[in-house]
Design a protein around this ligand. Structure first.
Ligand SMILES: [Zn+2]
Length: 422
């Protein structure tokens, strides 16, 4: 099977170039005069980018299929331009053993419409007590994370870092020191004080990052910080990078675009970490610009409508993000001149690819994972049209510029605009 993508503006990783792309048997092929395509995709007027890579999604299967499945979650991913997503391990059973990881991988093989790379847990049952057999699991997962909770015991984390360093594995940490959180914590400190709600302090995040960076210094472990939300955390990661430590981090679209001033007492503004102050949001934007952030990751976290209907205090933590990420970021940061389109695309492609060390781009032989974008295409965030089973988004009703036209995974269309629900 040979496909030609013709007339598009191609994002190369160091700019844009008018060029045609040749795909043969699911991989990028070298340009050649006698290439006889079975199919031609007209990309005139469109941006052609390597498929997006999301380092942080919750697909909920196995265990919570009522919230999302590998099928519905990866359809949402493809609709958002993502060709690879990294699945977080808060699942039932959690991928903390060879057997459980194999079960998850079987489901992925059967049902996924894009590439899914599973994270294994750092500790057995994500309970924070006993590290998993890291070296045995490492070849079968993208890295290790106890996402959803921080690993409180420093000795446990140090043992995991030593094991991970020994086999070159990545630790992706949800940093949250529960001892620095008020019981039932649901919002940032200032908002909590103003509205008499329990707080999730910035310190609960950055104190743990500080501790972990000290462990990186001791062990040399590759360390990635999930969903950075506080300006102090940005400073710590920036300094660690300047020191030459193998530290990376991701920022979510909602933390980059919204702050506590945008909130209402509505479950669609409840996530962990919470939306913080305006100064924090601006620090995150600076991190996206200056390279302190390596990737944008959605932390796509679907829940049932009922679980998100109980306001800030009672709703479940987490919002969906796969289907809106590009549109809201392009609208909120690129159209406003705060971030270049090139940098946004880098944060969705080469940046995350570097963190997890997967191929990305146009070298002959690379997987033909590609997204076609209309950067001006108008839309409105309408959760009733999502492929995801989750409907709770803080961007509901937002008018957007920037649409996903087509997503190819291994050269095959995984999403085309106008099909199915949109
Ligand atoms: Zn998390």
């Amino acid at each position: 099977m040979r496909t030609l993508i013709q007339g598009g503006t191609v994002y190369t990783g160091c700019g844009f170039e008018r060029r045609d792309l040749f795909i043969e048997d699911g991989r990028i092929a070298a340009p050649r005069a006698d290439f006889a395509p079975d199919e031609v995709i007209d990309a005139a007027g469109l941006i052609v980018s390597p498929g997006f890579i999301d380092l942080h999604v919750h697909l909920r299967q196995p265990g919570q299929e009522q919230k999302e499945t590998i099928r519905s979650g990866t359809m949402a991913a493809a609709a958002g331009g993502f060709t690879t997503v990294c699945a977080m391990p808060n699942l039932a059973p959690p991928p903390d053993s060879m057997e459980n990881l194999a079960l998850e991988r079987r489901l992925i093989e059967e049902d996924a419409v894009c590439r899914v790379l599973p994270f294994a847990t750092i500790t057995a049952g994500r309970a924070g007590g006993v590290p998993v057999p890291l070296r045995a699991l490492a070849p079968h997962c993208v890295g290790f994370s106890d996402d959803g909770s921080g690993v409180r015991d420093m000795a446990v984390m140090e043992r995991a870092f030593i094991e991970a360093a020994a086999c070159g594995a990545l630790i992706s940490a949800h940093c949250e020191d529960m001892s620095l959180i008020e019981p039932g914590g649901c919002v940032h400190e200032d908002y909590a004080r103003r509205h008499s709600l329990p707080a999730i302090s910035s310190a609960s995040e950055y104190r743990q990052i500080e501790r972990d960076i000290e462990l990186v210094r001791r062990t040399g472990c590759r360390y990635h910080v999930c969903h950075v939300s506080a300006r102090e955390s940005v400073e710590l990661v920036r300094a660690a990078k300047a020191e030459g430590l193998p530290v990376s981090c991701e920022i979510t679209p909602h933390h980059a675009l919204l702050c506590q001033d945008d909130m209402a007492d509505d479950g669609r503004f409840k996530m962990n970490p919470p939306l913080r102050s305006r100064e924090d949001m601006l620090a995150l934007r600076e991190a996206l610009r200056d390279g302190t952030a390596d990737a944008i990751a959605t932390d796509h976290a679907p829940h049932l409508a009922e679980e998100k209907s109980r306001g800030l205090r009672g709703s479940a933590m987490g919002v969906v993000g796969l289907e809106t990420a590009f549109a809201v970021l392009n609208t909120g940061l690129v159209e406003t001149g705060e971030l270049s389109l090139e940098r946004l695309l880098e944060l969705l492609t080469f940046g995350p690819a570097g963190v997890i060390r997967v191929p990305c781009g146009w070298e002959a032989g690379a997987p033909a994972d590609i997204v076609l974008l209309d950067r001006q295409g108008k839309g409105v965030v309408d959760s009733s049209r999502f492929f995801s089973k989750g409907r709770s988004t803080p961007f509901e009703g937002m008018n957007t510029a920037g649409r996903i036209i087509c997503t190819l995974v291994g050269g095959k269309p995984a999403f085309k605009t106008g099909e199915a629900k949109r």
